[in-house]
Design a binder for this molecule. Structure first.
Ligand SMILES: C[S@@+](CC[C@H](N)C(=O)[O-])C[C@H]1O[C@@H](n2cnc3c(N)ncnc32)[C@H](O)[C@@H]1O
Length: 307
């Protein structure tokens, strides 16, 4: 099944990992619950009949609610990006700053889309006071016709997937997890500790510990995305908080991020509280070529717990 790419971008976006997560999740659940929805790429592609999508970032939630209600459409996005794209071509960074300042006053959903697509490296970051805090991608021609069409097609594809039974809520993960019943599945993709920090991604060890307690006590099945190791370090929290569960891993490459370290190969992990014999423990049929050192390192450290 082709992965539908959503119009919003964010750090840690799981586009390439969707088939892997979908295979593990299966379709035998009542409600898809996603407390850290980000771009929405995972849940949207699961195409659940019932879903609760949540995030602490209210701009993400407003944007997708606008799409669901038909207030944000391919036509409205095209008209907006065409007009703003022309001003960007004429005024360059000055116009980016103008839209950024306007967004920081009014929090308009289309300005949010503009910033998400014209900001540096597809990043989404907010300052301590909750203001958009990503510099311009330095491409005044960013919104060329083909790029606008691509974004409009993404809006169209996601709008077609969205059902009235999907709920979008701006709230903390603890409130979202509290909704889950034994027939549901929770997919958690929290900010990775120490990798990105901003107003909406201030993830600490206390958060990780609280998440571990909530998931231990939920009656639902859960899948947690995490990382196992990269070239620089190993995720010690995997062992500390998640070693009682099953874990599968695969190599991945993140393309977005300001720090070089965040744009590198990483071994991703899925932690889950149910048994699944059908899924490959490592790499899911994928190998990163010319990385023998990394695989050797991985082999030395991983302790599979697949039942
Ligand atoms: C790694 S991103 C999720 C990426 C998403 N899976 C995707 O593929 O696009 C983490 C998300 O968690 C949200 N977040 C951070 N802290 C949160 C909290 N305490 N409660 C709910 N959401 C939170 C952030 O706003 C961000 O959108």
């Amino acid at each position: 099944m082709k992965t539908i790419v959503p119009p919003l971008k964010c750090q840690g976006i799981k586009t390439k990992l969707v088939p892997w997560i979908r295979e593990l999740a299966g379709s035998d659940f009542s409600c898809w619950i996603e407390p850290f929805m980000g771009s929405g790429v995972v849940g949207f592609n699961i195409r659940p009949t019932k879903a609760l999508f949540a995030d602490s970032n209210p701009h993400i939630i407003s944007f997708y609610k606008g799409m669901q209600k038909g207030q944000i459409t391919p036509a409205s996005v095209r008209a907006y990006l065409k007009a703003e794209g022309e001003l960007l071509r004429r005024d360059g960074y000055d116009h980016y700053r103008f839209v950024r300042d306007r967004f920081n006053e009014s929090f308009d959903a289309l300005d949010f889309l503009f910033l998400s697509r014209a900001g540096f490296n597809g990043m989404m970051r907010f300052s301590k006071s909750g203001k958009w805090n990503i510099p311009f991608c330095k491409k005044p021609d960013r919104f060329a016709q083909a790029y606008i069409t691509k974004i409009c097609n993404q809006v169209d594809a996601c709008s077609q997937l969205m059902l009235p039974s999907w709920q979008f809520l701006g709230q903390d993960y603890a409130d979202t997890i509290a909704h889950a019943t034994k027939d549901d599945i929770i997919y958690c993709d929290p900010p990775y500790l120490g990798r990105y920090t901003d107003y909406y991604n201030n993830w600490t060890e206390t958060n990780e510990e609280k998440l571990a307690v909530l998931l231990r006590n939920t009656p639902a099945r859960f899948i947690l995305s995490s990382w196992h190791h990269n070239e620089f370090r190993t995720n010690t929290f995997l062992e500390k908080y998640w070693s009682d569960y099953n874990i599968v891993t695969r190599d991945h490459f993140y393309h977005s991020g300001a720090k070089e370290e965040n744009r590198n190969a990483i071994v991703e992990a899925l932690v889950f509280n149910f048994s699944n014999d059908g899924i490959t423990a490592h790499n899911h049929g994928v190998t990163i070529k010319n990385k023998p050192d990394q695989l050797t390192f991985f082999d030395q450290t991983v302790n599979y717990n697949v039942k």
